[in-house]
Design a binder for this molecule. Structure first.
Ligand code: GDP
Length: 365
């Protein structure tokens, strides 16, 4: 499965947020691919389309799709030099597919700030600098190695050095590796370096309980938004404290609490959806009378690989897929109506699955 890692300086609200995630927790029996580990929280992806399909098909059960959040504690100034948990911490970041950076935007005199005062931009820069420094080290090492290999005359190494020099320059200018424009071929060349600043990032701006409903009026949140805009990154304002309280409630109690707070939905739901998008994921559905279910694929996956997410046999024996776009199905009102309108398509091995496709696979066993 794909994973998003939660990072942030000490005392910004990471554990509070992560506890809310595990409290809200998914039934992990439904998700055998997920890791059972105290630092891993499995979240279900809220998706109104799944509710609509459930209404239409009235199956025995409905299963949302899920992914994992990893709690990566321990970043401090100097981590790239081995301070704090240092390198161990950075190794954990290498394994995630996207980064959620929690930033402190709440004021509370009783809770110490590691840098002495609430200053989210400085916090972001502190963390991002550690990630950049770690990448400088990886890139420089690789450049040295590739220069030696270049002497063999293999063009690949010359090209690699050229790309890495461009990335190095960006890093030296305090810019993340993801800011460097690369062709698909160039991306492949640098992929195995697992650069930390190549990973997509979003900022979770943690505001106090009283600001949960109008977080955007918090001046720190405004600053974080301005900063993130320069990087093309997303910001999700959230009150970790409030989320940990919401996560303990269910059903009507939860609805009532949200209403009291003036929230349409939990911040956690918004964060989950934003992280899902950040990971570059799409959802397709299967809709049978037994089960209506959402499945996660990477953007660009073809029908057989998408079928393989359900079961490897589906991929191996793939014959074709019956596909109807979610919007068409809903507009038609039922699977049969969609069929009559000619909206149920037969697609083969080369079909690139679209977000919201409702699919039925035919396969040989
Ligand atoms: P971490 O070190 O980043 O994991 O931070 P924690 O989640 O442990 O939070 C540090 C302290 O800040 C704890 O005492 C939390 O209760 C408190 N805290 C977290 N979020 C908020 C918030 O929105 N408002 C207030 N007042 N305190 C918070």
């Amino acid at each position: 499965g794909l994973k998003a890692g939660i990072v942030g300086l000490p005392n910004v609200g990471k554990s509070t947020l992560f506890n809310a995630i595990t409290q809200a927790g998914a039934e992990s029996a439904n998700y055998p691919f997920c890791t059972i580990d105290p630092n891993v929280g499995v979240v279900e992806v809220p998706d109104p389309r799944l509710d609509k399909l459930t209404e239409m098909v009235t199956p025995n059960r409905t299963v949302p799709t899920a992914f994992e959040f990893i709690d990566i504690a321990g970043i401090v100034k100097g981590a790239s030099k081995g301070e704090g948990l240092g390198n161990k911490f950075l190794a954990h970041i290498r394994e995630v597919d996207a980064i959620v950076q929690v930033v402190r935007c709440f004021q509370d005199e009783n809770i110490t700030h590691v840098a002495g005062k609430v200053d989210p931009i400085s916090d972001i820069q502190t963390i991002n600098l550690e990630l950049i420094l770690a990448d400088v080290e990886s890139v420089e090492k690789r450049i040295d190695r590739s220069r030696k290999n270049m002497k063999g005359g293999d063009k690949k190494y010359a090209q690699e050095v050229e790309v890495l020099e461009r990335i190095k320059e960006a890093l030296y200018n305090d810019q993340p590796a993801r800011s460097v424009e690369l062709t698909d071929d160039e991306k492949l060349l640098v992929r195995e370096l697992h650069l930390l600043t190549m990973k997509p990032i979003l900022y979770a701006a943690n505001v106090s309980e009283s600001e949960a409903a109008n977080a955007d009026e918090n001046p720190f949140v405004k600053l974080v938004r301005e900063y993130a805009a320069t990087e093309g990154a997303e910001v999700v304002p959230i009150s970790a404290k409030v989320e940990s309280e919401i996560a303990e409630l269910e059903g009507e109690d939860k609805e009532m609490f949200l209403e009291e707070l003036g929230l349409e939905e939990s911040g956690l739901n918004r964060l989950i959806r934003a992280a899902y998008k950040l990971l570059g994921l799409y959802t397709y559905f299967t809709a049978g009378v037994q089960e209506v279910r959402a499945w996660t694929i990477r953007q660009g996956m073809k029908a057989p690989q998408a079928a393989g997410v359900i079961h490897t046999d589906f991929e191996r024996g793939f014959i074709r897929a019956e596909v109807v776009a979610y919007d068409d199905l809903v507009a038609a009102g039922s699977m049969n109506a969609a069929k009559e309108k000619g909206q149920l398509r037969l697609e083969g091995k080369e079909y690139v699955v679209q977000d919201g496709d409702v699919m039925h696979f035919r396969f040989n066993v």
